[in-house]
Design a protein around this ligand. Sequence first.
Ligand SMILES: Cc1cc2nc3c(=O)[nH]c(=O)nc-3n(C[C@H](O)[C@H](O)[C@H](O)COP(=O)(O)OP(=O)(O)OC[C@H]3O[C@@H](n4cnc5c(N)ncnc54)[C@H](O)[C@@H]3O)c2cc1C
Length: 265
Amino acid sequence: MHSVYSGRGSSTATRSGGDAGTPAKVAPQWQEAAVVEVIDEAPDAVTLRLQLAEDSGFLAGQYYNVRLGVPGRPPPVQRAYSVGSSPLPDPSVIDLGVRAVPGGLVSPRLVRDLSAGQHLCVRGPYGRFTWSDDDPGAVLLVGAGSGLVPLMSMLRYAVVSGRTEPVWLVCSATTFDHAFYRDELARLAASEPWLGVTHCVTRDSTEPRATYHRRIDREVLAEVLGGALPARAYLCGPPAMVDAVAAALGEFGVDLGAVFTEKYD
Ligand SMILES: Cc1cc2nc3c(=O)[nH]c(=O)nc-3n(C[C@H](O)[C@H](O)[C@H](O)COP(=O)(O)OP(=O)(O)OC[C@H]3O[C@@H](n4cnc5c(N)ncnc54)[C@H](O)[C@@H]3O)c2cc1C
């Protein structure tokens, strides 16, 4: 068992259930993280790869707060962004996945204006939407839009830590080209027999790389699970999607105490 967490925080996320991880003594402090790479994920989204000066480890599924000065808007504005990378092998390097929200104060600037060599003010990790290799059994991951980011941290962590129990990942995006991590997911689905990846696209009825051309619904979940019940489920994305999926899982007989949610648009 790897120990990847020694920090503490309070979360502003809407969430239910979860394991707080190791209790903490020291609250995270703001720090200047170096941007080491900006990776295009989609026409409106990037991964910001950051080198932390101070790291106390993190758990797959946690997030960092980002603080940004916005012209005409003192004081600096703060937003939460999930870590998409695995805590292992090096938790001092974190990948934040950011989708530009039209009209947003912070996210369009993060997507458009940052480049390698610049610095970003961050504080974390925070959040109880976490999965560690202490948690046995088959897992269902359901994410829409940038809600895929913390699920990708879980999936990458599963790969690094050699888990082989079944994982179903169901993700939704407007079009396939807007789906985060689509190339890596295709490679992992081909190489990892324990992993099933299902893409839903909501605004392209002809996309051949997607299995479903609509939102994630009860029938999609029933077909993906094929009668099996996951021991745990992690749902992340817009509140309506998260609530609908949780309700469907409850109807299937999944223990709602083992359904963990994080809601954001
Ligand atoms: C725990 C957690 C984890 C998260 N992880 C991620 C992640 O991994 N990736 C990610 O991309 N996002 C993530 N988010 C969401 C992120 O924190 C931001 O909420 C998001 O990026 C939008 O911020 P913004 O400043 O760009 O937009 P905001 O300025 O907050 O605006 C959001 C929307 O509201 C509209 N709006 C703003 N002000 C007004 C107004 N006065 N009147 C009418 N409309 C208005 C804007 O046009 C825009 O459409 C996460 C959120 C939480 C809580």
